[in-house]
Design a protein around this ligand. Sequence first.
Ligand code: AMP
Length: 112
Amino acid sequence: MDCIFCKIVDGAIPARKEYEDGLCLAFHDVNPQAPTHLLVIPRQHLVSLAHVEPEHAALLGHLMQVSADLAKKLGLTNGFRVVLNSGADGGQTVDHLHVHLLGGRAMHWPPG
Ligand code: AMP
């Protein structure tokens, strides 16, 4: 499968990893949109949030817990944002589910 994030999981292409465990890994986005911009991804290939099933609920919860733990570890005490882009209208460009963890600056609403 030609999935860039699966290649990062496999170690076939490099990434600046911040955290990994048996279910997921977190690495710095190559095109950061904030002083801190991590991607938290499941090791398992899931296309997007639109493709998850009830059996993935614990995995999704784990991605949120890891995001919160990383925000704490990286000192985002003034707040942070997590984003899950899904599908074309959601702005998803990599078809492997990923959580964006953004912090270090004030965010705006609504997003573009
Ligand atoms: P999205 O548009 O929500 O699908 O987000 C995909 C993100 O992946 C973008 O923010 C990209 O900058 C990021 N990205 C793409 N390739 C890599 C890579 N090899 N390493 C780290 N981040 C990447």
